[in-house]
Design a protein around this ligand. Sequence first.
Ligand code: NAD
Length: 294
Amino acid sequence: MTSTIGFIGLGNMGGGMAANLLKNGYAVRAFDLSEDALRRAVEAGATACASAAEAAAGVDAVVTMLPAGAHVESVYSDAVFGAAAPGTLFLDCSTIDVATARRVIDAAEARGFAMVDAPVSGGIAAAAGGTLTFMAGGSDQAFARAQPILSAMGKAVIHAGAAGNGQAAKICNNMLLGATMVATCEAFAMAQKLGLDPQTFYDISSVSSGQSWSMTSYCPVPGVGPQSPSDNDYQGGFAVALMLKDLKLATQAAAQAGASVPMGNAAEALYQLLANRGEGERDFSVMMKLLQGN
Ligand code: NAD
């Protein structure tokens, strides 16, 4: 029998993810506040629903891919919990704060539902191509049920531990990425000022101890390293606004957990500066320009 998924939030990411569920034989009942997003999902083969509650009723699982914690909390409390049949599995794939993720999962479990937080690594192209990485938090039983659904939308699915640990893994990873990108840009800008050719510095550092993903897979200097958004005037890729969102979630979680994150705090302030300069839509490696003084 075909498994049916209620899918709520079919924007840049959710649209591609729902299309991959359909390609893998799932039926999808879709809801989004945006008519355009809903129309695109219907074109991919989903059935349109008139509300989140309608999408959550009579399905095997509900997947949400929404902007932030407040949207997730209200969609589950106001619509999904009341409409879903007993035994429905919930998967929230949005990137949200750890505290809200844990609160919503607790509320689901208190009503007898199983739920995982399963944020993703990978952008719009990975969502469309079905090559996302999912990091999921939740009980072993909930994860076992979620795994085949997540596998239909991604290339890797990792159980990060208890509820909320998916979000914790996501923000720790992206905080590390934000900080290494800033450090990589800073080093390239300084190397140039000291008279070192960027390609030469890349050739040395990429096989030395300063090497990182930010340098060798996503080099922020145009024309150096493999193809990356810097070669396209920092268009496409992972937007400054999204990096800033993740850094804010990271520093907020750090404050709540009593963790010292001086590098994360510095990266947040620098990405805020880029956003204030009107660079929010450009790729996050545009940090290079700020640190070059351009
Ligand atoms: P988006 O804004 O394109 O999509 C969100 C969708 O949710 C929109 O279509 C919006 O209309 C819908 N929505 C909002 N409130 C709703 C509600 N109450 N009911 C139904 N629909 C509602 O955002 P996106 O880029 O798809 O990102 C979604 C999530 O994925 C975010 O948490 C983001 O941080 C995360 N993420 C994004 C990327 C990326 O590269 N875009 C990468 C990794 C993770």
